[in-house]
Design a protein around this ligand. Structure first.
Ligand code: ADP
Ligand code: ASP
Ligand code: MG
Length: 423
């Protein structure tokens, strides 16, 4: 017997019929003698609709009420899943985040899970009842409903798995695993049978939304074994892992040392809607970067790539950095205000939205020189201009014109030998 937490994403619960299909996967696991807890997302499109309503009600809404509204999508699917399971003869009941309880901090809209009390869930396991838990949400120290940020149900699932010491956390989605790049960009994308936590972490943070980054962080920290698989697979088919042995069909996210064959580049990712902001002729003195980026941090604006150039005489510098498009206007305003208040001086400030960040990721890059150079060459061969570059131990990212985004992904995918043979 194993203890398994299964999570179904929005497309997998998009209608009652889909919920029924998802429930058949749960039933299969229960009938195999496992203890199962379910975490659900809202129906596909529902959270967007709720967010839209909140913005329509007021642009400057109270974040606590935003959470009260957008958390409701998962309440519907949790109840429906429990009903459908019951009808199939699988005893079940729904839990909202606060009923478990899933305790978070009070950062409404982007709350972090602090603690999950497993007592209630353990009781249901002992009674042979399948708890169905709303993903994406919890309860703040002052008793308000919080949400975890978009895509947060992945994090809920991994956190529940860690809390009940599950043997596995199966993430059911609309693709049958983690691919070498988003399969929507190229049919040549290949499914990986295994991917390391480190690579998955980079891929998630660089645009592969198949898993939320915090879910990967949490799985890594708590040693939760995560698999990514498709809810569209026939629930009653034999469960065969990609290597042909009995097991979970799909991709296993695991420790690096469990992966035999290490690629130099394991995957290519794309993140769109990146804004580039440049400050020219900034008066150079110690503390100027701290003043500029401190201003942005005070506004909770997350800065991604940063490039600083020094002028010939060393008296001024140009600073360029990127933020998400949604933060562009706020960032520009904050910098203008801080400069007017005398925190730093520059000659011009320019910003442009709509850039694309393309990245190559792989643990093999650690001991291979020249990956960045070969990446630049592959892009140059396609006539793609690079605007900004950042690297870390296991990734290289470039900012390019959005127009070339998909071309760049496909070119790099082919260049690093990731293309599926028969596509
Ligand atoms: P869910 O609603 O189940 O959480 P998401 O839409 O959040 O599903 O994530 C699944 C999607 O992630 C896929 O449909 C796919 O287009 C996208 N995706 C992006 N990069 C990758 C990748 N490297 N491998 C698999 N899917 C990816
Ligand atoms: N329903 C939430 C969202 O759309 C959470 C999730 O699906 O993971 O972001
Ligand atoms: Mg998701």
């Amino acid at each position: 017997m194993a203890r398994i937490v299964v999570k179904f994403g929005g497309t997998s619960v998009a209608s009652v019929e889909r919920i029924r299909q998802a429930a058949r996967h749960v039933k299969r696991e229960v009938e195999a003698g496992n203890q199962v807890a379910v975490v659900v997302s809202a129906m596909a499109g529902k959270t967007n609709e709720l967010v839209g309503w909140v913005n329509e009600a007021s642009k400057l809404h109270d974040a606590r009420e935003y959470d009260a509204v957008v958390a409701s999508g998962e309440q519907v699917t949790a109840g429906l899943m429990a009903i459908v399971l019951g009808e199939m003869g699988v005893p079940s009941r729904s839990f909202q985040g606060w009923q478990v309880p899933i305790r978070t901090d009070d950062a409404h809209g982007a709350a972090r899970i602090e603690e999950i009390d497993p007592t209630e869930l353990e009781k249901r396991f002992a009674d042979g009842v399948v708890p169905v838990i709303t993903g994406f949400q919890g309860i703040s120290p002052s008793g308000r409903i919080t949400t975890l940020g978009r895509g947060g149900s992945d994090t809920s699932a991994v956190a529940v798995a860690a809390a009940v010491k599950a043997d596995r956390c199966d993430i059911y989605t609309d693709v049958d695993g983690v691919y070498t790049t988003d399969p929507r960009i190229t049919p040549k994308a290949r499914r990986m049978s295994r991917v390391s936590f480190e690579e998955m972490l980079e891929m998630a943070s660089l645009g592969a939304k198949v898993l939320m980054i915090r879910a990967v962080e949490m799985a890594m920290a708590h040693g939760v074994r995560v698999t990514v698989r498709s809810s569209f697979d026939e629930p009653d088919a034999p469960q065969i892992a990609p290597d042909g042995t009995p097991g979970v069909p799909g991709t296993i996210v695991c420790n690096e040392d469990e992966i035999m064959e290490k690629q130099i580049v394991a995957g290519v990712t794309l993140a769109r809607a990146e804004s580039k902001i440049t400050l020219r002729d900034v008066k150079d003195r110690p503390g100027v970067a701290a003043a500029i980026f401190g201003t942005l941090a005070d506004e909770s604006i997350v800065v991604d790539m940063i490039v600083q150039n020094v002028s010939e005489d060393g008296s001024t510098t140009d600073i360029t950095f990127t933020v998400g498009d949604a933060e562009h206007d706020k960032a520009v305003k904050a910098l203008q205000a801080a400069s007017a208040a005398g925190r730093f001086e520059y000659r011009t400030l320019t910003g442009s939205k709509g850039g694309a960040k393309v990245s190559v990721v792989g643990v093999g890059m650690r001991n291979h020189a020249g990956v960045a150079a070969s990446m630049f060459k592959a892009l140059a061969d396609k006539g793609i201009n690079i605007q900004l570059i950042t690297t870390s131990e296991i990734k290289t990212s470039v900012l390019i014109d959005d127009e070339y985004a998909e071309l760049a992904v496909r070119a790099l995918h082919t260049y690093y030998g990731l293309d599926k043979q028969d596509a």
